[in-house]
Design a protein around this ligand. Structure first.
Ligand code: AHG
Ligand code: MN
Ligand code: MN
Length: 344
């Protein structure tokens, strides 16, 4: 029976095109797939196995952890620490990088991940996901410190996410376009279902948490106001709005039918750089969006060019259809440094 190209076959064939490739990276990806299948299974069974609800603990960002945040983090660690492909791991749920235990061999890659993204959705049975970013460990470093992880997003070797929605999907880039795979539970394999995904350049759909509107800066307010005015306003067309509160789900929608997603910095104390984390949310998603022909910016700088200062730092995110992102960036260029409208 014909089942299509499996993700394993796809990455092995990609690897064959790279002269001198050792298979190390292919093997690492396979181990990530195994972890995502396990998380998918836990998410899917939810209330049946008692994994819903709060763990009554806080992560380094002071956010209350869900039981599934902790379980997903452990699944990722268990699936990856023994493999010999990694020199270190870092996660949203751990303050410091996790060294590879002494009794396991070390490899040449670093991984950063958000084990469960959109976890506020878990108890209401809506889509969540896992996001990961793979970097090369700097040459000669055997025990990577935080600084070794702090590489700009443009240095990523691979980025991907698993989406646990009506179907479980794995979307991946290694810098040669973006491909989407759907988990066929009958054979336990991810099958290529969305080859060469592209973000449409134009859109009539935006995603932003409108409840923060009163805190936005002038460029973001101007863009959204124009969308809301629709056909009667400067844009001369009507816009639709969506907000899932799960970045994986929003990015997947944008990869499928276009759109713009914004989590800007705002005037609340501590929200100057928004909410999303650079190293394991913004960077991997920006790599994927750019590889699919879209754009990703803080409003003032390409996200992939931001020099990281900390493992858990936040960054304003504006990503999606290229022309829309460019428009928001141009509104930032029209304003002065504090975000207020420049007087001509
Ligand atoms: P996480 O569950 O990993 O903490 O991430 C949630 C993030 C992101 O996925 C989503 O876009 C955003 O938080 C939603 O934030 P609001 O609740 O402020 O809308
Ligand atoms: Mn997240
Ligand atoms: Mn998370």
């Amino acid at each position: 029976m014909e089942h299509g190209t499996t993700l394993t076959q796809f990455i092995i064939e990609e690897q064959r095109r790279i002269p001198g490739a050792t298979g190390d990276f292919t093997s690492l990806l396979n181990d990530i797939l195994t972890a995502c299948k396990k998380i998918s299974c836990a998410v899917n069974r939810g209330g049946l196995i008692g994994v819903l609800g709060s763990a009554e603990t806080e992560n380094v960002q002071g956010e209350t952890q869900k039981k599934l945040d902790i379980i997903s983090n452990e699944v990722m660690i268990d699936a990856l620490e023994w493999t010999g492909h990694l020199a270190g791991m870092a996660s949203e749920e751990m303050e410091d990088p996790l060294p590879i235990p002494k009794h396991y061999p070390k490899g040449k890659y670093l991984i950063l991940f958000d084990p469960l993204d959109g976890s506020s959705n878990i108890d209401v049975n809506l889509s969540v996901g896992t996001i990961f970013s793979i970097l090369r460990c700097p040459d000669g470093v055997e025990h990577p410190a935080v600084e070794d992880f702090l590489q700009p997003g443009s240095k990523q070797v691979c980025a991907g996410y698993a989406l646990y929605g009506p179907s479980t999907m794995l979307v991946l880039t290694t810098g040669h376009g973006v491909n989407g795979f759907t988990l066929d539970r009958s054979i336990g394999e991810f099958i290529l279902s969305h080859p060469d995904m592209k973000v449409p350049a134009e859109t009539r759909e935006f995603a932003i948490n409108m409840s923060n509107q009163r805190y936005w800066n002038a460029p973001v307010s101007r863009y959204v106001e124009e969308c809301l005015k629709g056909a009667e306003g400067a844009r001369e067309k009507d816009f639709n709005m969506r907000w899932v509160a799960s970045m994986v789900a929003e990015v997947h929608r944008i990869l499928t039918r276009g759109g713009i997603f914004m989590y800007p910095g705002d005037s609340r104390k501590g929200a100057e750089n928004g909410k999303l984390r650079l190293m394991y949310e913004a960077n991997p998603m920006s790599f994927i969006i750019e590889q699919a022909g879209g754009a990703s910016s803080t409003g003032r700088q390409r996200i992939l060019d931001v020099q990281p200062q900390g493992l858990h730092q936040r960054v304003p995110v504006i990503l999606g259809s290229r022309e829309e992102v460019q428009r928001v960036v141009s509104y930032h260029n029209d304003t002065d440094g504090d975000g207020s409208r420049q007087v001509a």
